[in-house]
Write a protein of this length. Structure first.
Length: 495
């Protein structure tokens, strides 16, 4: 009996909006098509988020997984999901066919082995390109119209402003946020740094444009836009600033202040210190008060990341004190590594069982989403009911995905990679792996800080820093509490 053809399903949504076909519906339709054709679906590849329609295929993050899948058939919902770019369409089909895959569409099935089928496929590909060209023309016309009216490209209010009364009316200064915008420019020109502004605005409870805490990047984005100076920023396809045009809206700072800001910004760019190599304890040391990571503030000191933003009273500690405590703990426990291997293996098996259970739950959510899509497509479920149920299931899926990622990360940290040596039995290979890990931890001067930090992460989960003590939490075993003065530590059971 001949085995069925293996199929890989490729799902891509150009933009998540009400009139587009969701990824769940695309996947369901493709699965139904494969079932009718008798194909065995071996893989489903879904592009994360929404992918801009003009994005070249070789820049799509998930496409290589579908291209390289061990399958006979490459299935898409419609031909436009392959690409709307004329040059890419036939290039992709040729590439996939040269790799041994037939390319088929679930909603637009044509047999390309016949002249008529090949013509029909070509017409559908050309129609997809035409729709893309038409949308691009309409978009360019809309953007040109807004430029002619000296209005920003999007309809969202810029920071420091609120929307005008009419659709084509300019934005007007917002009495609440415009003074903050002016303050940002004036203080930056006066020598205040973006980090200081971030910290102070968070301390004062001033929300950022997205309603959350300020971060340094948001400060720069607001200031660099030039909107407060009455300007409209122009960018290229890579979102790099190419220039500014005069806007119709009222400025809140003068052109002299805008020029002074640009001069100060350029001067600070030139004097920036070279990028430092990653700290060897990055990702392992945390504030005991709020749980945020500790970051380096100079060559010798560290502080709570949230303290920098004014959101935590924070912890400060010398890098020397941290290094002494961690190194002392590490070398004191190196001899115990081999004894932890059986416990590590048992814990990995337990985590694997949990991961399998979460995977089954995730598959169940995917099936429910497919059923919802079927009900919506058949008209048995109205739009509001479908969206509400879909959003609940998507939230559940996101939670399961996050828990699965956490479990995988934990398994990777607990597991000790075995050497690739077929002559060693499992016990000997495990012993050698432990010896190699211990050797890496003992040879810190021979490794980069990031390499040493990764090795250390296989035995030390985290270090929580308090005002009076450090709590060293190992991957396995008891939490050790060390006083900041390095008196003898006490122990308690691991959480």
């Amino acid at each position: 009996m001949t085995s069925p053809d293996r199929a890989v399903i490729y799902v891509r949504q150009s933009k998540e909006r009400g009139d587009s076909v969701s990824k769940e519906i695309q996947e369901t339709m493709c699965r139904d098509y494969c079932a009718r054709q008798g194909y065995d679906v071996v893989k489903v590849v879904i592009e994360p988020g929404s992918v801009r329609g003009s994005l070249p295929w070789d820049r799509r993050p998930a496409f290589p997984q579908a291209r390289d899948a061990d399958a006979d058939v490459f299935v898409v919902y419609r031909w436009s999901r392959l690409s709307r770019r004329r040059g890419d369409q036939y290039r992709l089909i040729e590439m996939l066919e040269e790799g041994g895959k037939r390319v088929e569409s679930a909603q637009e099935p044509y047999d390309p082995s016949t002249a008529g089928g090949k013509l029909s496929r070509g017409m559908m590909l050309e129609l997809a390109a035409f729709e893309s060209d038409l949308k691009s023309e309409q978009w360019r016309e809309a953007m040109q119209r807004r430029r002619d009216l000296q209005l920003p490209a999007g309809g969202k209010a810029r920071y420091g402003y609120k929307l005008g009364e009419g659709k084509d009316e300019p934005q007007v200064p917002d009495p609440e946020t415009a003074p903050v915008l002016v303050e940002m420019y004036q203080r930056f020109i006066g020598g205040c740094g973006a980090v200081t502004l971030t910290k102070e605005f968070n301390r004062r409870g001033i929300p950022s444009p997205n309603g959350r805490e300020w971060i340094t990047k948001t400060i720069y984005n607001v200031l660099d836009s030039g909107f407060g100076a009455g300007l409209l920023v122009q960018t290229n396809r890579d979102h790099k600033v190419t220039g500014y045009l005069p806007g119709k809206h009222q400025p809140v700072i003068t052109m002299d202040e805008w020029q002074a800001y640009q001069d100060e910004r350029k001067k600070r760019r030139k004097t920036q210190a070279p990028r430092r190599e990653r700290w060897w304890l990055a990702g392992l040391v945390f504030c005991g008060l709020c749980g945020a990571p500790l970051v380096r503030t100079s060559a010798t000191s560290t502080t709570c990341q949230r303290k920098q933003r004014g959101m935590c009273p924070g912890i400060n500690i010398s890098q020397r004190i941290l290094a002494r405590a961690v190194n002392a703990w590490t070398f004191m426990h190196l001899s115990e590594l081999a004894d932890t291997l059986p416990t590590r293996n048992a814990e990995v098996r337990e985590l694997q069982e949990q991961l399998e259970e979460l995977t089954r739950s995730r598959q169940g959510v995917t099936e429910v989403l497919g059923q919802l899509a079927d009900l919506r497509a058949s008209g048995e479920l109205d739009s509001d009911g479908y969206q509400a149920a879909r959003d609940r299931r998507r939230a559940e899926a996101d939670d399961l995905d996050e828990r699965m990622r956490t479990l995988r990360d934990e398994m990777a940290r607990i597991s000790v990679a075995l050497p690739d040596d077929t002559e060693l039995n499992e016990a000997a290979a495990a012993d050698q792996a432990i010896e190699e890990l211990a050797s890496r931890l003992e040879s810190a001067p021979d490794q980069s800080p990031s390499e040493y930090g990764r090795s250390l992460g296989q035995i030390l989960r985290r270090v929580d820093v308090f005002h009076d003590r450090l709590e060293l939490v190992p991957i396995l075993g008891e939490v050790e509490i060390v006083a900041r003065q390095y008196r003898a530590g006490s122990k308690r059971g691991a959480k």
